[in-house]
Design a protein around this ligand. Structure first.
Ligand code: RIB
Ligand code: CA
Length: 315
């Protein structure tokens, strides 16, 4: 069996594609899915995660709910227009009901039990705010030896999306992000907006997905609100599957090219709160943060075909 994986998620349209990518990959041992507040409130992200796994015929995968708010400062939820009020462009109700009950344990407890039980190190793919991951690392330092690496969607080398300088997953809980990205030494790959935007997929790609079968058709049905947003951002009929790019790296190491830079997070309360400071200077004197692998490039069409073939082909 290939990659042992835990996904921490706030579905979310692109999260839905990312979860399906892992769930439908025969070479991935998806140990569990944990949920966090983010695109929509925790109750909705949790319901969406459970039902998305049912859609992918994966009721074997346990789901546990985690943080409903940031570690320190309450942030207003992002306007629900990008992902729709139910997180899936108003189509969450079309998902099948989950047959597997939600785990009694919380997200951190499930991650600890899965890590401790695994016979080899586990990849964790956070694709939402990092609140659960910060809590895991702070409260259970002993499990860090069972984490192969953290491959997270988040951050920006240049422009943000929630603000001019901060990307949503970081902006939603900068204190948690700083604990995970800058204040720990668990191997970390950061997949920033600068790369995910370049991996956008167009209407032709989406049409192929929709024609591939019921899962592809369902995923495509979640895109209208998301498409309305990214039509403006991209200037053409396409969407950015941020989280699927990160999960592609988590399950296919090396599909993204990364460079190592010192990365720090602004967890202050000023206008740059949530900024990821990626120090790319040739001589990074007085650099803060710690060395992080920052994904900077990929073979775009190879990545797009990898994601499409896995989503279309299934296990
Ligand atoms: O900025 C993109 C990230 O924010 C993605 O994880 C998307 O799902 C949203 O949560
Ligand atoms: Ca997400």
């Amino acid at each position: 069996m290939g990659t042992k994986l835990i996904i921490d998620t706030d579905p979310g349209v692109d999260d839905a594609f990312a979860i399906a990518l892992a769930a439908r990959s025969a070479d991935v041992d998806l140990l569990g899915v944990t949920t966090v507040f983010g695109n929509v409130p925790l109750a909705t992200t949790t319901s969406n995660a459970r039902r998305l796994l049912q859609l992918c015929d994966r009721p074997d995968v346990p789901v546990a709910a985690g943080a409903s708010r940031p570690l320190l400062y309450r942030e207003l939820h992002r306007s629900s227009t990008v992902h729709g009020s139910d997180g899936l462009s108003g189509h969450a109700a079309s998902l099948p009901d989950a047959t597997r009950p939600l785990e009694d344990s919380d997200a951190v407890s499930l991650m600890v039990s899965l890590l401790e039980a695994s016979d080899e190190p586990v990849t964790i793919a956070p694709i939402g705010p990092l609140t659960n991951i910060a809590a895991l690392l702070a409260a259970h330092p002993g499990v860090r030896s069972k984490i192969a690496r953290i491959v997270l969607m988040g951050g920006a080398i240049t422009l943000g999306n929630s603000t001019a300088v901060s990307e949503f997953n970081i902006w939603a809980d900068p204190d948690a992000a700083r604990r995970v990205i800058a204040e720990d030494d668990v191997p970390c790959v950061m997949v920033p907006l600068d790369l995910t935007h370049r991996c956008a997929v167009d209407s032709t790609w989406l049409a192929k997905l929709a024609a591939s079968g019921p899962v592809g058709q369902a995923l495509n049905s979640f895109t209208p609100d998301y498409l309305a947003h990214y039509r403006q951002v991209l200037g053409y009929e396409g969407i950015v599957l941020h989280d699927a790019v990160a999960v592609a790296e988590a399950i296919h190491p090396g599909i993204l090219r990364a460079e190592t830079y010192p990365v720090d997070i602004d967890s202050g309360l000023g206008p740059t709160r949530g900024m990821t400071i990626v120090d790319r200077r040739a001589v990074p004197n007085i650099s803060t943060g710690r060395p992080v692998e920052v994904a900077v490039d990929t073979e775009l069409d190879v990545l797009r075909e990898f994601v499409l073939s896995r989503l279309a082909g299934g296990r």
